[in-house]
Design a protein around this ligand. Structure first.
Ligand code: NAD
Ligand code: ZN
Ligand code: ZN
Length: 351
């Protein structure tokens, strides 16, 4: 293994709104309970764009190295780092670390830890050659899976897998996936299918339509063309009564105010997408008489991570991604802002 250098290439957000600056910065040194991972590939999540734009009510680190779908190889570890060795393949996820001692950490709800550290948001993430993760939280990756394709699983995959479990939908039931053509959406379709669910994909444009049909969606409703989206989604369910579950992944407020209308009675709406300054709104009458459940779902715990990676390792999850060099992050952000990405972009980290 080549020695660890003192400096490295990274994409750094130096001011709110960006763009990120591609520059040399010091290689961080792992603390006692941390590992240093040499990044090979990292996915670009819409959350990274929210971090750059600072549009959430959550303080973001200054001079931020974003990114939280990083896959690579462990090259150094602290004296207290357990369960992962130098040379192991490892993933750095959104949840970089948590206290492991609060009620949430103790009950396997560590994403809810009040002291959680977030990769590429409150601590530096994966848009760099060498990234730090807490040993207790990095994902150990099977060596036979390729590090480019597994990268998007580390946030998008885990998040939608958890969201589908939270929806309570059972095999044979129908899930409407809103934002199905995006990074989370494309993976949600694959996890849903692997879990025996039937998928109605909702997004905009022909490229996303073709992708959703390829991924196995039974119907595609184009929100940019439909004149009655509610009727179209209901009509796409086998008996016309609406979707058993709705996964809201879009970075747009409208669907968060509309989902109750096409959810089936007793259905569950799971809010996952995080459009800035948005509100969930639902008619009280329909929510009550249809006995609708509305809930949020936030990434996943460490075991959700293990399970989501295992689905992938068993060959059940195949979603499209495009690979470009780390240098091209600003162009990826631009396409993302314009809603032009079908699936995910993965950045290749230079050697
Ligand atoms: P993305 O940009 O890849 O995908 C968003 C998709 O939504 C796009 O395909 C877009 O065309 C589509 N869309 C926009 N308006 C729509 C509408 N009205 N109806 C249907 N589709 C619409 O983004 P992504 O990386 O998949 O992330 C999606 C959101 O999820 C972001 O806000 C991100 O921050 C959030 N997120 C949340 C969690 C969590 O734990 N809850 C985890 C990861 C990401
Ligand atoms: Zn993410
Ligand atoms: Zn905690």
């Amino acid at each position: 293994m080549s020695p660890i250098p003192e400096t490295q290439w990274a994409q750094v957000v130096e001011k709110k709104g960006g763009p990120p600056v591609y520059k040399q910065i010091p290689v961080p040194k792992p603390g006692p309970d941390e590992v240093l991972v040499k990044m090979k590939y990292t996915g670009v999540c819409h959350t990274d764009l929210h971090a750059m734009n600072g549009d959430w009510p959550l303080t973001v680190k200054q001079n931020l190295v974003g990114g939280h779908e990083g896959a690579g190889i462990v090259v150094a570890k602290g004296s207290l780092a357990q369960g992962i060795e130098i040379g192991d393949h490892a993933g750095i996820k959104w949840l970089n670390g948590s206290c492991l001692a609060c009620e949430f950490c103790k009950t396997a709800d560590e994403p809810l830890c009040p002291d959680a550290q977030l990769s590429g948001y409150t601590v530096d993430g994966t848009f760099q050659q060498y990234a730090i993760g807490k040993a207790a939280h990095v994902a150990k990756l099977p060596k036979e899976v390729s590090l480019d394709a597994i990268a998007p699983i580390l946030c998008a995959g885990i998040t939608v897998y958890k969201g589908l479990k939270e929806s309570g939908a059972r095999p044979g039931q129908t899930v409407a996936i809103v934002g199905a053509g995006g990074g989370l959406g494309s993976l949600a379709q694959q996890y849903a299918k692997a879990m025996g669910l039937r998928v109605i994909a909702i997004d905009g444009g022909e490229e996303k339509k073709a992708m959703c049909e390829k991924l196995g969606a039974e119907a595609y409703v184009d929100f940019t063309k439909s004149t009655d989206l509610v009727a179209d989604v209901k009509a796409a369910t086998p008996d016309g009564l609406g979707a058993h579950a709705v996964l809201l992944l879009a970075v747009s407020e409208k669907p968060f105010q509309q989902a109750v209308e096409y959810a089936r009675s007793r259905g569950t709406i799971v809010a996952i997408g995080l459009p800035a300054h948005a509100f969930l709104k639902a008619p009280v009458f329909e929510t009550v008489v249809k006995m609708i459940s509305i809930k949020g779902s936030y990434v996943g715990n460490r075991q959700d991570g293990v399970e989501a990676i295992d689905f992938y390792a068993r060959g059940l999850i195949k979603a499209p991604f495009k690979t470009v060099p780390l240098k091209e992050l600003p162009e990826v952000f631009k396409l993302m802002e314009e809603g032009k990405i079908a699936g995910r972009y993965v950045l290749e980290i230079p050697e």
